[in-house]
Design a protein around this ligand. Structure first.
Ligand code: ADP
Ligand code: ZN
Length: 526
């Protein structure tokens, strides 16, 4: 054991080795541990899998008293406590899943100073009873995990989190460490402001996950493309496939199984026992694919996930980053693959428009979706885009689809003018399918019924196919020249940005259409 005179860094390293069994700190961990153990406040921005837990677990072992960890992830508390138990740390949790007697027993241990770490759900912490209990105990520090939940800009806002500023007022001398894997500038500022962490030292880790290869392909027949991708690249691997709806999860898992892939479904609507069983199998088995809604993944620590696929567009870059971040935790190459199409944009916009949320929230969701779309439609390195979004500079990576096969762009001003004029001529009252038919000069029943075959724009885009026009339309929506109005049957409407293009004052570069081809690529692992 260590001599009495051992310095703080020596003691921290000693705990790391003897309690947790690791030989060295990673990234900023050592600095963070020292800062908080010395009583400083900290804001820690570290990507998922970066090792945030040790940043508060070790300081609370180095300081006198009990460290209180606020976490919204009630489902994980038992696992975390069990894991700490195993290495001899005296840990417990307080949340709504416990019986009264169990909670009473934890409270007793807390008062007697018989705990090193206590996990508490925020709504529990904020009860007068719990605050009094803490005031009567010796608290060594507060850790606020998933701190982005305090932000309305975040993708995971929890109203209880806002009240956590009370901690600073009630316990002014107890150091606080807030941790999150979400780090766009707005969220960061809101965390600092709402939790009164103005004086806290900030520790910002790199968000780059260089072993993840990002790929976003045009969706034609998503399921089939997914199957081709898995069979060609990852036939022997474990992976996760994200879908938007429970129904689609079930159907996709079924489809993959019919095609010889060991796929399991996971979503919150499933029977609890089955869901838990599927999760356990995923953690245990090697050649297995979990088809899931975003309900799956929080706290899942499977190191050898070789691919993460999205069959539907995520709502935000934060979500995309977090979900794709579950691949390649062991540092070995992993793929982040997504199929995305016009329908995704329409669907996501409709979900925002039709949600019950207030206008501010809807506006925020719209901005987040736009950022996600521009990642999909970018002509530049995806990683640069992603990292810039998180406030980090980067240079083209060589390990994303854009870097590996640079898209060809072309001057699409004339095409876009044709499209915008058609939308205008049909009086901004028709959805994408109809507009594309008019452009291409297809005189179906509906077109004839509205006499749109008589319009001057009828057939002005007959030189391009339907898929090609849809690709153009998608990019034009992503650029914000057109919007989809869900109040009137998904009609396409011109925005103010469309005017200079129609007047010929602004030119537009778009990605040249390439027919979706079956991927052929030698494996990245040799
Ligand atoms: P996060 O909360 O940031 O997603 P975790 O704290 O769960 O990450 O850590 C992710 C994984 O990395 C865990 O399996 C953890 O044991 C491991 N880990 C963290 N720090 C170290 C370290 N210094 N050395 C080795 N493994 C570490
Ligand atoms: Zn790149």
């Amino acid at each position: 054991s260590l001599p009495e005179t051992a310095s703080l860094p020596e003691r921290a390293l000693h705990v790391l080795e003897t309690v947790f069994g690791y030989s060295s700190f990673r990234g900023h961990q050592a600095d963070i541990v020292q800062h908080v153990a010395e009583g400083g406040d900290a804001l820690v921005l570290m990507p998922t899998g970066g090792g945030k837990s040790l940043c508060y677990q070790i300081p609370s072992l180095l300081r006198k008293g009990v460290g209180v960890v606020v976490s919204p992830l009630i489902a994980l508390m038992q696992d975390q406590v069990d894991a700490l138990d195993e290495v001899g740390v005296r840990a417990a949790f307080l949340n709504s899943t416990q019986s009264f007697d169990e909670a009473m027993q934890i409270e007793r241990r807390l008062r007697q100073g018989d705990l090193d770490l206590l996990y508490v759900a925020p709504e529990r912490l904020m009860t007068p009873r719990c605050l009094e209990l803490l005031q009567a105990s010796n608290i060594s520090m507060f850790a606020i995990d998933e701190a982005h939940c305090v932000s309305q800009w975040g993708h995971d806002f929890r109203p209880e989190y806002i009240k956590l500023s009370v901690l600073h007022e009630r316990f002014p001398h107890v150091p606080r460490i807030a941790l999150t894997a979400t780090a766009d500038q707005q969220t960061r500022e809101e965390i600092i402001h709402r939790l009164q962490l103005e004086e806290a030292r900030q520790f910002v880790s790199s968000f780059d996950r260089p072993n993840i290869r990002y790929q976003i392909v045009e969706k034609a027949n998503g399921r089939k493309q997914l199957l081709d991708f898995i069979q060609a690249e990852h036939a022997d691997d474990a992976g996760i496939v994200y879908c938007l709806s429970r129904k689609k999860v079930e159907e996709t898992a079924e489809f993959l199984r019919e095609n010889g892939i060991n796929a399991l479904p996971y979503h919150a609507g499933m029977d609890y026992a089955l869901r838990t069983k599927n999760q356990a199998r995923f953690l245990r088995e090697e050649k297995i694919v979990m088809v899931a809604t975003i309900a799956f993944g929080m706290g899942i620590d499977k190191p050898d996930v070789r691919f993460v696929c999205h069959l539907d567009l995520p709502k935000s870059i934060e979500g995309y980053y977090q979900e794709t971040g579950r691949g390649g935790r062991d540092g070995q190459p992993a793929d982040a693959w997504m199929a995305y199409g016009l329908q995704d944009v329409v669907q996501q916009r409709r979900m925002i428009d039709e949600s019950e949320a207030d206008e501010t929230f809807k506006r925020v969701q719209g901005v987040k979706l736009d950022a996600m779309l521009s990642l999909c439609e970018t002509l530049h390195c995806r990683r640069v885009r992603l990292l810039n979004y998180f406030g980090q500079e980067a240079t083209p990576c060589g390990n994303c689809d854009i870097c590996m096969t640079p898209p060809v762009s072309f001057d699409a001003t004339v095409e876009v003018q044709k499209l915008l004029s058609t939308v205008y001529r049909v009086e901004q009252r028709f959805a994408s399918g109809h507009v594309v038919e008019v452009l291409r000069g297809i005189d179906g029943d509906r077109v004839k019924q509205w006499r749109h075959d008589q319009l001057s724009v009828f057939g002005i885009g007959s030189d391009r196919g339907e898929a090609e026009w849809r690709a153009i339309l998608r990019q034009v929506i992503a650029l914000g020249l057109l919007t989809v109005d869900h109040e009137s049957y998904s009609a396409l409407k011109l925005t103010d940005l469309a005017r200079p293009v129609l007047r010929g004052e602004q030119s537009i570069q778009l990605r040249k259409y390439q027919k979706p081809v079956k991927q052929k690529r030698t494996s990245q692992r040799s």
